[in-house]
Design a protein around this ligand. Structure first.
Ligand SMILES: Cc1cc2nc3c(=O)[nH]c(=O)nc-3n(C[C@H](O)[C@H](O)[C@H](O)COP(=O)(O)OP(=O)(O)OC[C@H]3O[C@@H](n4cnc5c(N)ncnc54)[C@H](O)[C@@H]3O)c2cc1C
Length: 452
């Protein structure tokens, strides 16, 4: 069997290492996951914990196992197992005091608590011994040849038959231009070289590796900037934990969206229309219309509106200046609002402004395209074939596979959709893709929802 490297061991890389071995498409010993973090899902765990989110936005069918029902069954097993019985009454991660009986799933589509999702993922990872498949290394460069690949990492060089690029945007927190001068020095493009360390910076991003939610709870006049689900969750969580007021600065009215992309694109109807578009530019347009950044599910909006300690100010930030000792911890900040004379004072600004829009691994992708004459779409995105092969030896998933997987590509279900292409490819079973698989996946998910 071929030797395969997967670059990126988060939700996508971990799920694919599981799917490819569980289905027998690849031998366990033939897969190596390259990732700078020792444990699977480290970035996912850190970022979701930082938001204080209690429930996933996606249904329980979108989980780390291959079966759509696996997470529900895991919950049932936990409730009947004497060792873990009563775990159903464990408060969801970030639940407030008095929330002990928080349900494990909430509608619509049985969205699981973060704690349950993570516990189930940990079981899948342990049972399939997925941690043993990892090597701690960051991909730096790829040489793609007709007979295989040679990769350079920060831990040396390695060869393989195939490489799967499974890196999303999660290491690229977005900082608006006005925030960059006072931001932490590490953890995001645009951060000013030599600026204050993240643990002291007066402007931090919730997805910075060293973001400390405790600072937000201790701040005298905390301000959260952003208008989507993360901003709402961070503001509510801090207000609940500290018992104090938090200002949420959002540049427009709150927008509700149950999912962050149109769910129809998981199934055959919309996916077939998407795949019928012949040009990358037309597919990109589809994706633009079907993804809903800056929105929040209805229940999160309700929680936010009910949280009286969070003051929602609908204003765009025009600029920010220190009023105390510049660039030091505790220095007061004045936030100027566009079109307003009045400003907002703060001692800590937390950005919940999502991720940069540029392509992940952009340098590696540009080099691969240039050296091998590979086809790219808008913003330099790879244009892979139906098996997600961009080069005969380099395959893509997640954001990098968006032009073939569709609008749901970066999400958990995007990893399942990618596996539907990659498993048959590595099995050498090159028939009947992708429409039949899309129908199959939608049918299974639908029966699952209706059955619950
Ligand atoms: C707070 C939050 C909540 C979310 N909630 C949901 C939800 O409820 N449902 C849903 O479907 N989606 C959700 N998402 C979106 C998405 O599913 C997750 O972001 C998911 O983690 C994406 O998987 P990933 O593998 O692309 O990224 P990650 O899980 O972040 O993994 C990427 C990995 O690649 C590694 N890496 C980066 N560069 C390199 C390199 N050069 N070489 C090797 N490794 C590298 C990183 O260190 C990381 O370990 C959420 C996202 C966030 C931020």
């Amino acid at each position: 069997m071929p030797k395969v490297l997967i670059a990126g061991g988060g939700v996508h890389g971990t799920f694919l290492s599981h799917a490819l071995t569980r289905t027998g498409a690849l031998d366990t010993d033939d897969i190596t996951v390259l990732d700078p973090h020792p444990e699977p899902l480290e970035v996912w765990r850190r970022q979701t914990r930082a938001t204080g989110m209690r429930y996933l936005r996606s249904p329980s069918s979108h989980n780390l196992d291959l079966d759509f029902r696996a997470l529900r069954e895991f919950a049932r097993r936990r409730e009947t197992d004497p060792a873990t019985a009563g775990a159903g009454a464990t408060p969801a991660a970030g639940a407030a005091a008095g929330d002990e009986a928080a349900p494990l799933f909430i509608p619509p589509y049985a969205r699981p608590t973060l704690e349950l999702f993570n516990a189930h993922a940990a079981e899948v990872i342990a049972e399939a011994a997925l941690t043993a498949r990892r090597r701690r290394a960051r991909l730096l460069d790829v040489e793609a040849r007709t007979d295989g690949v040679r990769v350079r990492t920060d831990d040396g060089e390695e060869g393989a038959d195939f490489l799967i690029l499974a890196v999303g945007r999660t290491e690229m927190p977005f900082r608006p231009a006005w925030a960059r001068g006072l931001s932490a020095g590490g953890g995001g493009a645009g951060a000013r070289p030599g600026s204050v360390p993240g643990s002291e910076a007066p402007v931090v991003h919730v997805f910075d590796p060293d973001f400390d939610p405790g600072r937000l709870e201790q701040a005298a006049a905390p301000v959260v900037v952003g208008g989507g689900v993360t901003a709402a969750q961070v503001a509510c969580h801090a207000a609940r934990r500290s018992g104090r007021g938090v200002v949420l600065l959002t540049r427009g009215p709150l927008r509700v969206g149950q999912f962050d992309s149109e769910p129809c694109f998981i199934g055959p109807r919309c996916l077939a229309d998407f795949l019928a578009e012949p040009t990358p530019a037309a597919r990109r347009k589809y994706i633009g219309k079907a993804r809903y950044p800056g929105t929040m599910p209805w229940d999160v909006e309700q929680t936010l509106l009910a949280e009286k300690r969070v003051a929602i100010l609908e204003h765009e930030v025009a600029g920010i200046e220190p009023t105390g000792v510049a660039d030091t911890a505790g220095g007061r900040l004045r936030i100027h609002l566009r079109g307003e004379v009045q400003s907002v004072e703060s001692d800590l600004v937390v950005l919940a402004t999502g991720f940069e829009r540029r392509l992940p691994l952009s340098g590696i992708i540009a080099d691969l395209a240039r050296r091998n004459g590979l086809s790219t779409g808008p913003c330099g995105s790879p244009v892979p074939d139906r098996y997600l092969r961009w080069h005969p030896r380099v395959l893509v998933t997640g954001t990098l596979g968006e032009l073939e997987i569709g609008p749901a590509a970066p999400n958990i279900i995007g990893a399942h959709l990618a596996a539907r292409r990659l498993v048959p490819f590595f099995r050498g079973d090159h028939g009947g893709l992708p429409a039949d698989d899309a129908r199959d996946i939608a049918w299974t998910a639908l029966t699952h929802y209706l059955g619950n």
